[in-house]
Design a protein around this ligand. Structure first.
Ligand SMILES: *Cc1c(COP(=O)(O)O)cnc(C)c1O
Length: 379
């Protein structure tokens, strides 16, 4: 039985999720409309408490989006002009944009082909390069790309040897884990995004910072509210206007209730894809000690353009995340990069393709997509 709908898989299906909890969402939003505390209302505090419980971090501070989350923690750490911030070259632009906005210098590091995460070997070389050039290394931003947690033990070891801070950009990995530690509880701090298409998304923009350092948490609480002091109209530092709307917090509280189940459903889709496709193209490798949040299911193939066209003919959407590495972006081309090169990042930018991935991708739909990929490689 194949209905019209079953032949058009969604790349990310937010409607299926919404219809499942529509009544709860309506009630939650309705409650906010009734009490009227649209900014920093009670749902914001409640969500932050639930995020602490979910991640195991000592503090969770919500803010306007995942990019501001990076900016806020870097500000709390005092990152400024003249500081070097190591960033993987293969990531979403926001990972480098936030330090660049603060006047710091993003220094591009290569990634690993099998996990899409920052390559510790390249990172070590970048630190050596940096010192030779007389630059001042300050922070490592490691990105849990496509949902897979970074090799945090290795990265923390490097950072401790060099006296650097580690920020985990977990915009795509909320819900993932590494050796039974949840994303949010690793590095010196973690940031995430609640952009609608992320694993845990709201219906607008949103983000959060997680840290065990309560002094940093207190400072971020001030920074996100124009650098407020004890009283509202007391400004003790230069901050930002970066808060999560109460309505978005109310929505996230409801979505968090079904999130664990959704993570299991995502894992099943990924396993099915990998089992069926690993002989045809390079499928993502997630080592045993990690659990990905599967924000994306991204394959590597030298036949990307033709495969994408062939899928499109069958109404199967696919997306290239990302068509350029950051060093290839006009706005970022002048920033320094590791002397050993960004070969993997550049290769991935030309050869990756992300397939439909969401918890509500039915078994029939998965088979339809798998068959379409198989048929392409038969020809
Ligand atoms: C989405 C994303 C961000 C930024 O999040 P926004 O909420 O869109 O500001 C940062 N880093 C990565 C890796 C992302 O994917």
């Amino acid at each position: 039985m194949t209905s019209e709908y079953s032949l058009s898989p969604q790349f990310i299906d937010l409607k299926a999720q919404q219809s499942l909890i529509r009544e709860e969402l309506n009630n939650a939003v309705s409650k906010v409309l009734d009490h009227g505390h649209y900014i920093m209302g009670p749902e914001v505090k409640e969500l932050e408490q639930r995020l602490i419980e979910f991640t195991g971090a000592k503090s969770a501070l919500t803010c306007a989006n995942g990019t501001d989350a990076i900016t806020l923690i870097l500000m709390a750490w005092g990152v400024k002009k003249g500081d070097i911030v190591f960033v993987p070259a293969f990531t979403y632009v926001a990972s480098a944009e936030a330090p660049a906005q603060l006047g710091a210098t993003p220094f591009f590091v290569d990634v690993k082909e099998d996990t899409f995460n920052i390559d510790p070997v390249s990172l070590k070389q970048a630190i050596v390069d940096c010192r030779e050039l007389g630059y001042k290394p300050s922070t490592i931003i490691t990105v849990d790309l496509f949902g897979q947690p970074s090799d945090i033990d290795e990265i923390m070891q490097i950072a401790e040897n060099e006296g650097l801070k580690v920020l985990v950009d977990g915009a795509q990995s909320f819900g993932a884990s590494y050796k039974d530690r949840r994303v949010g509880s690793m590095g010196h701090a973690t940031t995430t995004s609640f952009f609608p298409a992320k694993p845990l998304g709201c219906y607008g923009d949103g983000g959060a910072v997680f840290t065990d350092d309560l002094n940093n948490a207190e400072e971020i609480d001030s920074l996100r509210l124009h650098g407020k002091g004890v009283e509202k109209y007391d400004n003790v530092r230069i901050g930002l206007n970066s808060r999560l709307d109460t309505i978005q917090a109310a929505i996230l509280i409801e979505k968090l209730k079904i999130f664990d189940e959704e993570l299991i459903m995502r894992e099943k889709v990924a396993q099915n894809y990998t089992q069926a496709l690993s002989g045809l193209l390079r499928t993502p490798k997630c080592p045993k000690q990690k659990k990905s949040a599967w924000a994306q299911y991204t394959v590597i193939t030298e036949n990307r353009v033709a495969l994408q066209q062939s899928l499109k003919k069958k109404n199967i959407p696919s997306v290239v995340y990302y068509p350029k590495s950051l060093n290839q972006q006009e706005g970022y081309a002048s920033y320094p990069s590791v002397s050993s090169g960004l070969h993997v990042s550049n290769f991935l930018a030309s050869n990756v393709l992300s397939l439909p991935m969401h918890p509500y991708l039915s078994h029939d739909m998965q088979s339809y997509i798998i068959d379409a990929v198989k048929e392409f490689f038969k020809n």
